[in-house]
Ligand binder design. Sequence first.
Ligand code: BGC
Ligand code: CA
Length: 346
Amino acid sequence: MIKGKKILNILSLIIISTLIVGCGNSGSLKSKKEIRIGVTLYREDDVFISTISDNLEEIVKENESNYDFKIFLEFVDAKGSTLNQGNQIDKFINQDYDAICVNLVDRTAAATIIDKAKSADIPLIFFNREPVEEDMNRWNKVYYVGAQAEQSARLQADIVSEQWISNKELYDKNKDGIIQYVMLEGEPGHQDALIRTEYCIKSLNEKGIQLEKLADDSANWQSDQANSKMTQWIKEFGNNIEVVFSNNDVMALGAMYAINSNSDLIKKPIVVGIDGIKESMESIKAGEMTGTVISDANAQAEAIFDIAIDVAQGGSLENIGDMENGKYKKLPHTKVTIDNVDEYLK
Ligand code: BGC
Ligand code: CA
């Protein structure tokens, strides 16, 4: 009798668990043998973008065995051309991919892409280069993954104000109590460039710190352009430059290079970047760059992956936390200076 009851219990356990597993697989989710995700990058040689794509590749490798379907991920490089990118997206659509991740070449030109994907019913996950709001609202299967640009600017301002206040005799070179600065901006029109440029200065003003702009210009997120801009500014303003703000790390490193090559004309100013790439961590450790703000490429890649896998199966993002308006996922930042850089150099 007891034995019979036990078998019955085991049997009902099996039935219940089959039911639970069964529910998980059915519902609104399509069941597929393979999920194909296409990723088009505005420029593969952009250091930060390649960090995101490396992370994405790694995440797929690590997670593949958790799913009962294969994940096929294809990366293509638009090489800075909207025409290339349009063709790449057409190809993904014609081959009936399950989701397409787009790092836009031109963030103001998402409308055609969205309309095409909509007619083929293939969800789009934009990342790092944010479409304008009007375009984001063209269809409900359009998502965006990026960073919290205003927060990164405010953290950059925190690094500068802390250094400025505690080392004024070193950095206020002309002893007027005002920060004389130059600003290296990212690509014109890029949301991160616009917001970072505006809010780092705004935030310092709010802290009661006075600033005087000596020069600002775009170096298009690129190190060599930043190096030549900075070299020109050093020739023009010499040791009057007290702070170098840079919208990203590779430009800050370019500026650092110019400063080191012209050490007869300028004593080291405060130099701050954003992104937290390995080279900037090393530069901070070596006492060159003052600080950076990590834009978490791994967390951004994870969000892209989670959203893509879910929408590719027809899911509705129930398990993805902190989505703004059901469309936007913007990841937070962390600041890095000599005080905590060792944690990130491991
Ligand atoms: C990063 C830059 C990068 C750019 C590319 C920005 O968020 O900070 O380093 O070049 O995105 O779109
Ligand atoms: Ca000054």
